[in-house]
Design a protein around this ligand. Sequence first.
Ligand SMILES: [Zn+2]
Length: 182
Amino acid sequence: MNEKQIREEFKLRLAGVEDGTYCFSVCCNKEFFELAELDEIQDGMLNLRIEMVRYEKLVTLSFHFEGNLVLTCDRCLLPVNLPMDFNSHLVVKLVPEVEEGENQDDDDMWVMEENAYEIDLFHYVYETILLALPHRIVHEDDADGNPTCDPDVMAYLNQSSSAPQEQETDPRWDALKNLKLD
Ligand SMILES: [Zn+2]
């Protein structure tokens, strides 16, 4: 898919859509992450199910994201596979005319002109995925509580972080060494 085709996938048509419930399925894959410049995501895929309920001048959107993302481990810098499963909601109020600044008040409540042709969710989806990412990403510890990070990288990190500490000596021992026994 080219860039235009990917962006098209995130546009839901409003014009001529009658009151009712509609379901959509979109795939957020590597092409999408690259296009959205979600650089922290190396690879993976999220299936996104969108349920749209239109009732008069109100459009309620429920999003369910599910899948796997490949991110970079903060500790060893190698890829981490992260299962994802999260929801979000968005309410769109349709008005005859949007006043300036009205649409920027709330991330979960949009105001759009009632004759708008479509809702573009590309940016919303990108922001929602970004917010769902954990702040710290590391390989999980195994059952014994040992890190499952790359052993070579960990050995290197341990070596470089413990080296300066070995040179430090405990001042109490220094004091004892300097004690002269008569
Ligand atoms: Zn790691």
